[in-house]
Design a protein around this ligand. Structure first.
Ligand SMILES: *[C@@H]1O[C@H](CO)[C@@H](O)[C@H](O)[C@H]1NC(C)=O
Ligand SMILES: *[C@@H]1O[C@H](CO)[C@@H](O)[C@H](O)[C@H]1NC(C)=O
Ligand SMILES: *[C@@H]1O[C@H](CO)[C@@H](O)[C@H](O)[C@H]1NC(C)=O
Ligand SMILES: *[C@@H]1O[C@H](CO)[C@@H](O)[C@H](O)[C@H]1NC(C)=O
Ligand SMILES: *[C@@H]1O[C@H](CO)[C@@H](O)[C@H](O)[C@H]1NC(C)=O
Ligand SMILES: *[C@@H]1O[C@H](CO)[C@@H](O)[C@H](O)[C@H]1NC(C)=O
Ligand SMILES: *[C@@H]1O[C@H](CO)[C@@H](O)[C@H](O)[C@H]1NC(C)=O
Ligand SMILES: *[C@@H]1O[C@H](CO)[C@@H](O)[C@H](O)[C@H]1NC(C)=O
Ligand SMILES: *[C@@H]1O[C@H](CO)[C@@H](O)[C@H](O)[C@H]1NC(C)=O
Ligand SMILES: [Cu+2]
Length: 631
């Protein structure tokens, strides 16, 4: 991507924004109603000042915190979150990985499932968490803003921690790997969408802490500290909330036993390194079984090697510290996450001043370690893999370009084009109408029927993973021309869909973490090079393949998945690298209603602000009046 560039923003842009006073409040209640409970939160979205790397930055956050509040639920609970938007941005909140069965209205994708929540507006999300246990998370589904608007969503089993299919941990700890940005995120997103200029973060973080690899005038930034007691077992609930990079996570002197991924149980897999791409979650047990001392927990971002364009990326680290004084009896289930630990941190300063032990990290260009990590994941239980396939899609993930002006332009390393990201040669155009697609679909306005269909296969086959396509040149230039459209793909209710995702080498050799809303995907197999049905179908794991909401398609490789399109609604499917998503590597899947009420999308919930008016304050236009008559 030779046309990428990094320019700094005018400082004034950030400082001239109105300072929203952070009225931080959090209402948290849990009412047990027989088995299921109702969990209620208020998310106040506002801008707060944070100072890191010697600079004060306005950061858009929930309840004044970065990361935002963790939501703890028990499987079967219903969740209510009142979002109060006191920020200057349009936002929505997406509940990443929550199946949202018959509840697409709560999926939180602007102009796809709902109108954005505008500044000074409120919106309430209601959903049930059923049939899923483990770690998920929530994040704003607005370009770039999810870098600071995110938090954990932790689902415990109905019968308590003793029913985990692994030894009961002494404590549970969310580990959120993220980015810290000094650039205004909304502006960074606009630069990318309009000028297609790249911007970069200033640091990586663990649980919001930059760590001691970063400093202000020589004074190191605070580190995330995990206090451990010798012999105890810790369940790390690891989330990659970063925008651009897959990370390798290691803790010196310790091993992980992976027991979950994307809120599905995994056959215990012991490794000293975890690979986690944006959108993925990993649950791993760590036993404090080393010599008491201090050990670095390091998160290193990886990137495709040359000839790919190299971008600024940052390693961050926290510390795992043995202490004999911290008693997990204060917080037996680790319910309050790490608050107890942070208070403890002060007392410990100075008492163990030795330099922590550092782990040996993989090379930044090592992509095979990620491939091995992901290939070693198998479902703990036998996976129900549908055998009959109704629809087959072969989706080629690539880059391309459109002309800045007019129909024709010089391709290659010229500024006459705009770089875009594509699926089967089409790049997703954000919906331009006033009605969100879900609403248009539900009321049969007809607008969705006119949209371009996501092609089932690329218009042309080529040697997708030919590395000669990475640099600009005549070979690559022939493949560059592509176009933008709001692409949808309809599926009959209950259709079994097999999709093969193929990463390409066009202008870059990136991997692609593909995320599907409203459904989990069964990962049948993955490999390097071009998918070849004649030999690769034989590699499908039909016994215990992992079940994921985000599938990392390897660099210069492919991944084959199946899912059952049985959750009616309009669901976004996209790459979870924020630059690819913003450049258009996305499509919309429409799952039709089934024959019964319980297989059909219900009407919008009460007080759902639809463009065509139930409880909204927008004047209905002719289209809406027409729609209401039809409905
Ligand atoms: C933060 O990143 C921006 C954009 O890359 C850069 O202009 C700025 O100098 C960085 N700040 C620091 C303190 O490194
Ligand atoms: C916010 O959303 C409203 C309603 O969809 C839209 O009119 C407005 O342009 C959006 N503002 C921004 C900054 O995107
Ligand atoms: C939004 O919620 C807040 C806090 O509950 C309330 O004070 C405010 O009146 C609500 N605003 C609107 C527009 O409903
Ligand atoms: C961090 O420390 C290095 C070396 O002492 C220095 O060059 C750099 O400017 C410091 N960074 C900040 C943001 O002060
Ligand atoms: C599992 O990981 C190891 C390296 O840690 C690797 O040698 C092995 O090939 C991997 N298994 C699979 C099925 O990829
Ligand atoms: C494109 O590049 C040329 C030559 O470098 C420059 O004169 C022109 O202003 C640029 N155009 C745009 C739209 O940036
Ligand atoms: C595709 O490109 C790769 C890498 O350049 C090369 O090794 C391979 O032989 C090519 N395959 C075909 C079918 O041309
Ligand atoms: C992609 O679509 C464009 C525009 O329709 C077409 O010119 C081009 O040949 C297509 N590219 C490929 C690789 O199929
Ligand atoms: C839907 O309802 C029918 C009866 O109307 C029942 O037989 C079926 O099991 C239900 N299906 C689901 C998925 O709940
Ligand atoms: Cu991607």
């Amino acid at each position: 991507m030779a046309s990428m560039e990094s320019r700094s923003l005018p400082r004034a842009a950030a400082t001239s924004m109105a300072l929203a006073i952070a009225i931080v409040f959090l209402i948290y209640t849990t009412e047990r109603l027989g088995d299921a409970a109702s969990v209620e939160h208020t998310f106040m979205v506002s801008q707060v000042k944070m100072t890191h790397l010697c600079k004060e930055t306005l950061v858009t956050v929930v309840n004044g915190q970065l990361p935002g509040p963790a939501i703890y639920v028990t499987e079967g609970d219903s969740v209510t979150v009142h979002v109060v938007n006191k920020s200057p941005h349009n936002i929505t909140i997406h509940w990443h990985g929550v199946k949202q069965w018959l509840n697409c209205w709560a999926d939180g994708v602007p102009m796809i499932t709902q109108l954005p929540i505008q500044p000074n507006q409120n919106f309430t999300y209601r959903f049930n968490v059923i049939g899923q246990e483990g770690t998920l998370w929530w994040h704003a589904h607005v370009p770039f803003l999810r870098a600071s608007l995110h938090g954990a969503l932790i689902i415990r089993p109905r019968n308590g921690a003793s029913s985990y299919p692994f030894p009961k941990p002494d404590r549970e700890v969310p580990i959120i790997i993220g980015d810290y940005w000094q650039l205004d995120l909304a502006q960074a997103a606009r630069r990318m969408m309009h000028g297609f200029l790249f911007s970069f973060a200033n640091a990586s973080t663990i649980n919001g802490k930059l760590g001691d690899l970063f400093n202000c005038s020589g004074v190191p930034e605070d580190s995330y500290v995990l206090d451990v007691v010798p012999g105890k077992t810790y369940l790390l609930r690891i989330i990659n909330a970063g925008l651009f990079s897959e990370f390798y996570l290691k803790i010196a002197g310790h091993k992980f036993t992976v027991v979950g991924a994307d809120a599905n149980y995994i056959s215990p897999y012991t490794t000293d390194v975890i690979a986690i791409a944006p959108g993925e979650t990993v649950d791993a047990l760590v036993v404090a079984d080393a010599l008491p001392g201090r050990y670095y927990m390091v998160a290193l971002p990886n990137q495709a090697p040359l000839p790919d364009t190299q971008t600024p990326e940052y390693t961050t680290r926290g510390i795992m510290q043995y202490s004999n004084t911290y008693s997990s009896a204060d917080d037996p289930a680790g319910l309050m996450s790490d608050r107890g630990v942070e208070e403890k941190e002060e007392e410990d300063k100075g008492s163990s001043g030795d330099v922590p032990v550092a782990p040996e990290m993989p090379d930044i260009h090592d992509t095979i370690t990620s491939y091995y990590f992901h290939s070693n994941l198998t479902n703990l239980y036998q996976t129900v893999v549908p055998q009959r396939v109704d629809e087959r899609l072969f989706i080629v993930l690539s880059l391309g370009s459109i002309c800045q002006h007019g129909q024709s332009c010089r391709r290659g390393d010229h500024n006459e084009t705009i770089l875009i990201a594509t699926m089967n040669n089409v790049s997703f155009q954000d919906p331009t109408g006033k009605t969100p697609l879900l609403e248009a679909h539900y009321y049969h306005t007809g607008s969705v029927d006119l949209m371009q269909e996501l092609p089932d296969r690329p218009p042309r086959a080529f040697n997708f993973t030919d590395e000669a396509l990475i640099p600009y040149g005549p070979k690559e230039m022939r493949l560059e021309p592509s176009y933008k459209a709001t692409m949808v793909r309809r599926f009959r209710h209950g259709a079994v869909v097999e999709m093969v995702f193929q990463s390409t080498a066009v202008l870059q050799g990136d991997s692609n973490p593909m995320h599907l809303h409203g459904h989990n995907m069964i990962l049948l197999a993955q490999g390097f090079g071009n998918f070849d049905a004649a030999k690769d179908v034989a590699k499908y794991n039909l016994v215990n393949p992992p079940v994921k909401n985000t599938i990392l398609v390897p660099n210069l490789g492919w991944a084959a998945i199946r899912f059952v399109a049985n959750n009616p609604g309009v669901w976004f499917m996209h790459c979870h690298y924020e630059f690819h998503l913003t450049m258009g590597m996305a499509a919309v899947f429409i799952v039709e209603d089934g024959p019964t009420v319980n297989t059909s999308l219900p009407p919008p919930p009460a007080h759902f602000p639809t463009y065509c008016g139930h409880d909204n304050n927008l004047l209905p236009d002719e289209l809406c009046l027409q729609t209401k008559k039809d409905a």
